[in-house]
Each structure stands twice: as C-alpha cells, then as structure tokens.
Ligand binder design. Sequence first.
Ligand SMILES: *[C@@H]1O[C@H](CO)[C@@H](O)[C@H](O)[C@H]1NC(C)=O
Ligand SMILES: *[C@@H]1O[C@H](CO)[C@@H](O)[C@H](O)[C@H]1NC(C)=O
Ligand SMILES: *[C@@H]1O[C@H](CO)[C@@H](O)[C@H](O)[C@H]1NC(C)=O
Ligand SMILES: *[C@@H]1O[C@H](CO)[C@@H](O)[C@H](O)[C@H]1NC(C)=O
Ligand SMILES: *[C@@H]1O[C@H](CO)[C@@H](O)[C@H](O)[C@H]1NC(C)=O
Length: 612
Amino acid sequence: MPGKIFDTETGTPMGGILLREKRPRNSGRRAFLVVLGLLILATCYRLWAPCKATKEVPRDLQYEMKQALQKPGDQFWWDCRPNVECGRVVVPTDYNDLSVGMTVLAVTRWRSRYWPSKGAVFTNPGGPGISGTKLASGWVASFVGNDYDIIGFDPRGVGETTPTVQCHTPRTKLLFEANTVLQNGFSLPQFNSSRLHSPSTREYFKKQMEEFVALKKAEAELCAKNVGEALRYMGTTYVARDIDFMNRLFHGDDEPINFWSASYGSILGAYLVNMFPGRVGKVVIDGIVNPISWTRDPSHLWARDSLSSIEDTFEWFLSACARAGPAGCALAKPLERSSHAIGNRIDTFLDHLYDNPMSSLSVVRPGVLTSGAVRALFVIWFQNPFGWPSFAHDLAQAMYHNNSTPLYTKLAVNPRPWYTDLSRSAITCADSPPLSSIDPRTNPTVDDLVDEGMATISKVSLHFGVSSTISEPDGGCQFWKYVGGGVERYSGPWNKTLSNKILIVSNTADPVTPIASAKLLHNLLKNSSSLLIQNSPGHTSMSFPSLCTIMLVRAYFDNGTLPAEGTICEPDSKLFPRPGIDEQFRDTLSEEERLLLRSAEELGKIFTKQYM
Ligand SMILES: *[C@@H]1O[C@H](CO)[C@@H](O)[C@H](O)[C@H]1NC(C)=O
Ligand SMILES: *[C@@H]1O[C@H](CO)[C@@H](O)[C@H](O)[C@H]1NC(C)=O
Ligand SMILES: *[C@@H]1O[C@H](CO)[C@@H](O)[C@H](O)[C@H]1NC(C)=O
Ligand SMILES: *[C@@H]1O[C@H](CO)[C@@H](O)[C@H](O)[C@H]1NC(C)=O
Ligand SMILES: *[C@@H]1O[C@H](CO)[C@@H](O)[C@H](O)[C@H]1NC(C)=O
C-alpha cells in the first residue's frame, strides 16, 4: 500500500499520528526518545544553527567508529536527523583484489514507517560529483512510498566518502576559474553566419580553446598530484558494484536491487541493471543520458548527443514568455504576441555582447558579462522552469536597461557552486574510453576541439552548441592519468533481459538529457522497460512536476503497475505565471497532492543543482 504522506523535512507523519511503528524496540525507551526528540526539535526551532543536521561523525563517536570499521562489510551507524541514520560502510576498493584496500562510503538511511519494510531503495543525486546523503528523506519517500527504507550515499570520490577527490582547496577552485573561459564560456558571433564561419572567428575561438585546454590540463595534473592512485578506482562501474554490495549486506543475497534516480543517475541505473540483470527489482530512472555515447565517446563529444533537445527548450521558453506577456515575463513587450520577436532581440543582444562585453559592478565581485557567459546561464536556467521569470527579469535588465549586474551576479555568486572539487571529472574520465595517443577522438588537438564545437553549433544547436561547459564541465580527459578507469570499466551491452521491468521517465524538452536518449534506452531494453513521457521543458520530470507522473511512479513502486505504452503526462504548473492571476490553481488540490508536488519540486532542485 502507498501508506501515508509524511512531513517531508522531518520524516514524521503529517498531523502527528505515528503510524504502525512495529520495530521491535523497548517501548519505554522509545517514549523517552520521542520526548527527548521533541525537546530537541523545540530547541532547534529557536536556536537554528546548532541543530543543522550533520552527516559528519560526532566527535564522541569517532574512536568507536574507527574501531568498528576494519574490513569490507563493516558498518557503523548513528542517528543524525529525525528518522534518518547516518553511517559508514566499508567496501573493497577493488572487488577483484582485496589487497588494494578499503573505501569507506558515507551512507544515510531514511527509515521506513513499516516493519518489516519492503526493502531499500537506493538513490543517487545526479551530477556526477554531488553528495547524495541528503536524498535519504521523506521527499523521496513521497515518490516511492514510505514502506521502503531510502538509502542515500556519497559515491566514490564525493563528499564524506573516503578516499575523496580533493584536488583544489576550497578557495583555489574559485580563484582558478574567475574571469577565465571556465567562468565566461566560449564567445562567438553565432547569428551572423558569414562572421561565424570567417577565419578570424575561428582564430579567436581557437585562442579561447587553448586557454580552456591549458586549464583542464592544469586541473588534471593537480588531481594526479593531490589524489593520485585513488583515481584508478573511481567511476560508475565501481559505484554500481558498491550498491550491489550494500544491498547484499543490508538485505541478503537474494534481495533484488531497487533504485530511483535521475540525470547522471540514469547512467548509474543503466550500469546497474545491465551489470546485474538478474537482480533487478523496482528501478525508476528519469532524465536519461545515452549510455552508449557515455562509454564510447570521450566526454568532450557528449554535447552532440546531450543537447539534442535544447533548441526545443528555447522554443518553449520563448513561446511561454510571449503568451504570458510583460505581466509574467519581463522580456515580452506590451501587445506583442510573437515569440519570434523576443528570440530576435535575444540573438541581437548576444551578438552585440560579443562585440561589447558589459562591465558589471556586482557586490560579489566586479567582472565582465560576456556572450558566452549569458549562453551558459541559459543552459543552466533552462533546466529549472520555475526560475524562468527571475532569469527573464535579469536578462531584460541587461538587454533593455543596460544593467548587466543581476545577470553577472548569477554567475559570480560562485561559479558552478555545485562542484566544489573535481570529482565530476574523476568519474566522467574514468568512464570514458581509454586514451589512445593516435586516436584523435580520445586525444584531440585544439583544432579537433574547435572543429567539434563548430559541428555541434551547426548540427545540434546554433545557440548553445558550445555553451554547456559551465553547467556540465566535461572534457579534458586526455590529460587524466587514469582515463578509462583502472581495473574495471563496464561499457555495455545495454540490452540485457532484466529480471523485472524498469520505468524510464523523460520530458519532451529537457535541455541536457534529451528524450532521444530515453527512446534509445527503451529501444535497447525493449520489453524489460516502459517509457513514460512528461510533456514539459526542464531537466528531469521533477523540475516542473506533474501529479500524473508522480502517481504513476508511486503505483510502480507500490505494486509494479506500469503505465501503458505511449502515456503522456502534463505538468501541473504554468510557465511564467502572472502574479495574482495564474497562481491560484493549487487551491483546488488536496493537501496530499500539494505535498507530492512540493516533494517533487524539492528533488527537482537537487537534480537541477539549485540546492547548495
Ligand atoms: C555580418 O557580418 C559582416 C562582417 O563580417 C557584416 O559585413 C554584415 O553586415 C553582418 N550582417 C548582419 C546581418 O549583421
Ligand atoms: C551603459 O552603461 C555604461 C556604464 O556601465 C555606460 O558607459 C554606457 O554609456 C551605457 N550605455 C548606454 C547605451 O546607455
Ligand atoms: C544486444 O546488443 C548487441 C550489440 O551491442 C547485439 O550484438 C546483440 O544481438 C543484442 N542482443 C539482443 C538480445 O538484442
Ligand atoms: C518480452 O518479449 C519476448 C518476446 O518478444 C517474450 O518472450 C518475453 O516473455 C517478454 N518479456 C516480458 C517481461 O514481458
Ligand atoms: C497499484 O497501486 C496504485 C496506487 O499506488 C493503485 O491506484 C492501483 O490500483 C494499484 N494497482 C493494482 C493492480 O493493484
């Protein structure tokens, strides 16, 4: 059964009724703990700071933990948030050679409200390179049902898991990127075809690419120096093995693996079900990345595939803006119904900015707004349709009011704050094909990279073909010592017959994980999978959620029911809502429905990296 809805933040049931709690525990001690918990919560409410949930090991437990974690399979847990345990689980660094040593995973577990639970659902926050411990939450329980335990963890190289990828110090990453092509993006005159294809443009593009390549090289050298051998054991193959290992450890060898994730998590999901096809339980993946391209192409070639829907996202952005008019979208002009006119103004602005970068006196730090940076901001904000009004406002300030500061501030606050270090590169480069010095695909020259950028502009996206490097900072694997992984690297096949059907979810206009990839994976897995389509822009279904999608995912986790082939869900929100006019529709929803939408939105923030 789907069970009751819980307060998503604390994991306690709404209305304060404790559901059938049947864990075999001492009830007197339990009552004491409940009272203590309430006292602590009440205190926290006043003194917010000391109560911030922490997944770090409390000081007084550190010695005990050290004693407990000696060999693969050892685990250590403590209560760290209401209804959530934090822990450490030891896994072999190399599953084929135990002498290599141990990896200690930081794991969190949201406890099911039922005993026994239906099992555990493993999660992943996308990225890659992002901490997953916050996913053990009532938000995910809203999706998969609170009769499961929900496991979040920091994948290898990330967060509190050790060894971790720490190449920079926290400060040097910011200093390293500031006012370089890593912050400013690639600037090209994209809307004047004769200029775009002129030799002087190519020369300027090449100069920017040389800087990009040199910076990527420096980062790779920094990681080789500061992290070294551990990089050999990063990558998605190992993370899939870690999930399998934990599932056996927690639930025994016969328990199938359940998994729910999105974005890069769809890659991890594709590895998981194809590496362990006989152990597949309930698996839902959303916002699909093409696993063939991921493993066959080096990461600097991914944009060709991953951006195949981004011009559609732009169309949604423009037409919704025109429909809303100036009351909902600051880029629209009164009495103008044409999205075309808005698009033309943006193109003109971008090319003007190419010739005239704007100085910006942001309070964060002063700097320059370039056309490459604005394009990169589009790629980032396209992912989150709820942020479109704010983005349109800041863009209108720059375009119509000669004020670049709000837009520049979006970039300068902290460029790519979601990647505090280079674990994304460690993972993507480990997954990439092995380096061959004679193969220009894996070992490209600057000219090869310029050619690839120009091809992506002309074949995939005129606006955004070379603009994803800030939101999706891939490439440079040719400089990584352990490119292609160390000991083990799964690279398909992707068409295994699975022990249980999985559910694939995709938006129609996802800017970075296109519907074409979802169709491809569905085609590979055939009737081992079902495809559910949500008719919306944004990155993953959760970025602009639909109750229809959420209820179908819940039904699948509940009793295995899959949506009929060809099911299309509509989102439940309006793009560019006009204040005071378009916001009332949620009044008609039940409390439960509102909570489900809110849970999806909170998860959407993680996958669109709005959450810091
Ligand atoms: C395109 O750029 C060329 C210079 O390279 C210029 O002569 C021409 O006027 C531009 N076209 C438009 C439509 O701006
Ligand atoms: C835009 O603002 C800058 C100062 O930030 C000023 O130098 C420039 O003249 C202004 N341009 C217009 C068209 O107002
Ligand atoms: C799976 O794909 C491989 C190629 O990667 C192909 O040789 C094989 O026939 C496919 N298997 C099935 C069952 O379609
Ligand atoms: C998938 O289809 C094949 C035939 O195309 C059939 O033999 C098999 O039983 C089906 N599997 C499932 C899980 O429906
Ligand atoms: C599966 O569960 C959903 C609710 O989560 C329910 O609406 C549906 O009727 C159930 N289907 C079956 C076959 O039990």
